[in-house]
Design a protein around this ligand. Structure first.
Ligand code: MN
Ligand code: MN
Length: 470
């Protein structure tokens, strides 16, 4: 029989194929099951606190223990450290001690927070409203005229901690930020630019309409709301001052497309990376190097603060861990280990939006369904603000993925001078370690309803797992 003629293009070019065509049947089944698990996670979890709670509950069942309970760490030991209920590290001790393998994601998502003095009554409309301050890079006009839920924590004056979730149960009420009817919007909105269509101070939630039946009371609708909050949660108005209350879309994750190939949901950025790296660390058995998944808050507002990636939480955790592996260590040894460590900055990228292709250089853009996106660098025009992975580290990662048959694609966020975005990679690069950005492509990122491909979800999980296990 004649030998099949070698296809020179196949041999030499960097052409990729859709994972929908290349994934083996038994892998496909696993990937679809994984997508169901992920949807259940997104349905339950809409804030950073809820992410920490969800991960901890499962991690504890899988044998992860508080790091403080260990007197000494040995290979295979599983530990966790929580930072103020808002960020978390989960780790598995490795056989070798000369470096760490880290996957770092964030569990906050763009949303709308309540102001510290939020509640007021507008006598003209006879409505009670809550004032807000948005969190992260949102397009404000996307958040009006849609059902919204309130999630968070309130401390009452008596010191009681009250967890609040309203708007998720089908029997719950929801809240809404009213948009203007088109009939009257010609001037008030029509003459504004798109991004300015709804302004920060206009993001106010309608929360009540019934007045208390009492002649003595001046603000009757507001008082009715306060009465309800007091009866239901023991709250008084002042308790808003200290609360963490977040407004998020009230809808559930759903399959998207006739073929159910995608998932539409709130918070894929970056809970898709958080969830996949969480599942990866659960599945890592006896890694070569100590493997740790970090989950941070505050990425969407610059990673500042004591629960963000610019805090020293990473160093704090690694020093604690290393001191339990090698109690008599020298500080310079620890610095060497940090320097030699490898990290994935697990964050999403943009998948091509077919309606606005002009923002991408298609040859360097991510396609839905083509696997996890590796970004050699992020930043904006001229690579500003980026931590670029070296050719050596890129080669190490790509070789690892080829060897383990992990589908991936290499892309940039958008065209050179189009805009851009940073990640937390640069905050870890400070230690000298090697770090690269990697995560699924998202369509309509930062909107209340982001879309991802189930293939890219699966590929991210495989990528993180292979990396953590090495
Ligand atoms: Mn992100
Ligand atoms: Mn983001």
């Amino acid at each position: 029989m004649a030998k099949k003629k070698e296809n020179i293009e196949e041999k030499l070019s960097a052409k990729k194929e859709s994972m929908w065509l290349t994934l083996k049947k038994n892998e496909m089944e696993k990937a679809m099951k994984f997508a169901e698990d992920y949807k259940a996670f997104l349905k339950e979890v809409k804030t950073e606190r809820e992410s920490v709670e969800f991960f901890l509950k499962i991690a504890k069942k899988k044998g992860f223990k508080p790091l403080s309970e260990y007197r000494k760490l040995k290979p295979g030991d599983k530990f966790y450290i929580v930072n103020r209920e808002k960020s978390l590290a989960l780790g598995v001790v490795g056989k070798k001690t000369d470096r760490f393998s880290l996957v770092v994601s964030h569990i906050d998502a763009p949303r709308i927070d309540l102001k510290p003095n939020p509640l007021w009554e507008d006598p003209d409309s006879s409505l009670a409203l809550l004032k807000t301050h948005y969190y992260g890079g949102i397009k404000k006009y996307q958040w009006v005229s849609r059902p919204l839920a309130i999630h968070g924590v309130v401390y009452t004056k008596s010191g009681k901690k009250v967890k609040i979730t309203i708007g998720e149960d089908p029997n719950d009420p929801v809240f809404v930020i009213p948009d203007l009817l088109p009939h009257l919007a010609r001037k008030a909105q029509g003459e504004r630019k798109l991004f300015d269509g709804i302004r920060g101070e206009e993001l106010q939630l309608i929360v009540g309409n019934i007045p208390v039946d009492d002649k003595e009371v001046k603000q009757k609708v507001k008082t009715y709301v306060l009465k309800y909050l007091n009866e239901k949660y023991g709250m008084v108005e002042e308790d808003f001052n200290s609360a963490d209350l977040e407004i998020v879309p009230a809808h559930e994750p759903r399959d998207v497309g006739f073929d159910r190939s995608m998932i539409g949901a709130y918070g894929h950025d970056d809970r898709i990376c958080a969830y996949t790296s969480f599942r990866a660390i659960l599945d890592v058995k006896n890694p070569t190097y100590t493997a740790i998944a970090f989950f941070y808050d505050k990425e969407e507002i610059g990673s500042d603060g004591n629960v963000g990636a610019q805090s020293n939480f990473l160093e704090y955790v690694l020093a604690k861990v290393y001191s339990l592996i090698k109690p008599d260590y020298k500080h310079y040894e620890f610095l060497d280990i940090l320097y030699n460590s490898r990290a994935i900055s697990a964050d999403v990228s943009a998948a091509i939006n077919p309606i606005f292709k002009s923002v991408h250089d298609i040859q360097n853009a991510a396609k839905a369904g083509y696997g996890v996106v590796i970004s050699k660098y992020t930043g904006h025009g001229g690579k500003y603000g980026s931590s670029e992975a070296t050719a050596e580290f890129m080669n190490e990662i790509l070789s690892l993925f080829r060897k383990n048959k992990v589908a991936y694609q290499i892309a940039e966020l958008g065209k050179v001078d189009e805009g851009g975005g940073g990640t937390i990679a640069k905050f870890f690069a400070r230690y000298g370690l090697d770090v690269v950005d990697m995560g699924p492509g998202v369509i309509s990122m930062h909107s209340p309803y982001e879309v991802i491909s189930k293939m890219d979800l699966w590929s991210a999980y495989l990528a993180y797992k292979v990396f953590l296990a090495q």
